[in-house]
Ligand binder design. Structure first.
Ligand code: ZN
Length: 314
C-alpha cells in the first residue's frame, strides 16, 4: 500500500512537472510571437502622405507655325493702255505731264475769263463780304462798310487763307475782290488814262487792266491781296514777306497765283504778284506741282479759246 502511495505521489509530481514544462513552453512561444509581431509592425514603414497631385503643367500651346508669307509674285507689268489722246490723261501725256485730277471741268471753279473769253454782264449769284484786314473773322452777306466782296462760295477759303497769313505774323489786306461790269468799265478807263493807253495793254501787248466782261474780278472768284493798303499795286509787292507767304501757301487753300511771271503770253495779262484765284485744292495742287497757269490746266480737259498748247519738241 505504501508503495502505491509513493507511486501516486511520483505520478502527481511528474504530471505537475509536465504541466509546468508545457506552460513554460507555451509562454516562451507566445512571447516570441508577440515580439516578432511588434518587430514586424515596427518594420512596416508608415504610409507616407499621399502627395498632392500637382497637375502636370499643361504644355504651352505651341503657336501655330504661320507659314511665311509667300511673296506675291510681282505681276508682270501689263503694258499701260495708251490713253485716248483727246482725254485729259492723253493730253497731259503728250505734254509730258502726270495724269491730271479727275474733276468736273464744267464746275463753277473752272470758269475761264480772260482777253479771249468774256463773261459779258455776268453777276455772281451771291456775294459775301470779308473784313479787308481779316481782323474780324466773320463772313457777312450784306455789304457793311469797307469790306471785300467775293463770290460766297469762296468766302470761307479766302478767309482761311487770309487768317493763315495773319497767324504767320504777317499783315494782310484784301485789296480787291468782286467788281461789277460797270465798276470794271470805269476802272478800265481810269487805268488806261493813267498809263496813256487806250486798249488796256502795255508795250508788250499784255493787259494792265481788262475791259468790262473780261475781268476775273467780275467773276468774283479772285482777290488782290497785299500786305497793307496800297494805292498802286505793282510788281514791287513780290518783295513783301506777305507775298512770299501767300505764294508759298496759296495752293493749300485752293488758290493759284493767276498771272505769274513768264506766263504773260498765255494769260495775256502782265505779271501780277497780288492776284490770287480760287480753283479748289486739288486743281491748285496739280497746277502748282506742274507749273501750269489756268489756261494751260483747262486745256488738258477741253479746248481753250485763244490758247493752243505747245507740244514740246521731241
Ligand atoms: Zn486782280
Amino acid at each position: 500500500m505504501r508503495a502505491l502511495r509513493i507511486l501516486g505521489v511520483i505520478l502527481i509530481v511528474v504530471m505537475l512537472a509536465a504541466c509546468l514544462i508545457l506552460f513554460g513552453l507555451r509562454y516562451l512561444y507566445t512571447s516570441t510571437s508577440d515580439q516578432k509581431a511588434i518587430a514586424a509592425a515596427m518594420a512596416t514603414p508608415a504610409p507616407s502622405p499621399t502627395p498632392d497631385t500637382t497637375p502636370a503643367p499643361t504644355a504651352a500651346p505651341t503657336p501655330e507655325v504661320t507659314a511665311e508669307p509667300t511673296a506675291t509674285p510681282e505681276p508682270s507689268p501689263t503694258p499701260e493702255p495708251t490713253p485716248d489722246p483727246d482725254s485729259p490723261e492723253g493730253r497731259a501725256l503728250a505734254l509730258g505731264l502726270p495724269k491730271p485730277p479727275e474733276i468736273d471741268i464744267d464746275s463753277w471753279e473752272f470758269t475761264l475769263v480772260n482777253g479771249d473769253n468774256s463773261i459779258g454782264t455776268y453777276v455772281p449769284e451771291q456775294l459775301a463780304y470779308l473784313d479787308q484786314t481779316a481782323a474780324q473773322t466773320d463772313i457777312q452777306y450784306n455789304n457793311n462798310g469797307y469790306r471785300c466782296p467775293v463770290d460766297a462760295r469762296i468766302a470761307q477759303a479766302l478767309l482761311d487763307f487770309a487768317l493763315g497769313c495773319k497767324e504767320a505774323g504777317l499783315p494782310v489786306f484784301l485789296s480787291s475782290g468782286y467788281r461789277s461790269y460797270n465798276e470794271q468799265a470805269q476802272n478800265f478807263i481810269r487805268v488806261c488814262q493813267n498809263n496813256g493807253v487806250s486798249d488796256g495793254k502795255d508795250a508788250n501787248g499784255h493787259y494792265i487792266t481788262m475791259p468790262a466782261g473780261n475781268s476775273e474780278h467780275q467773276l468774283a472768284l479772285c482777290c488782290d491781296i497785299t500786305d497793307i493798303y496800297r494805292p498802286v499795286k505793282n510788281k514791287e509787292i513780290e518783295n513783301t514777306a506777305t507775298y512770299q507767304w501767300l505764294r508759298e501757301h496759296c495752293a493749300e487753300y485752293g488758290f493759284i497765283h493767276r498771272f505769274p511771271e513768264g506766263k504773260e503770253d498765255i494769260t495775256g495779262v502782265m505779271y501780277e504778284p497780288f492776284h490770287f484765284r480760287y480753283v479748289g485744292v486739288e486743281a491748285a495742287a496739280y497746277m502748282e506741282e506742274n507749273d501750269l497757269c489756268l489756261e494751260e490746266f483747262l486745256a488738258l480737259y477741253r479746248d481753250v479759246e485763244g490758247y493752243t498748247p505747245q507740244t514740246p519738241a521731241v
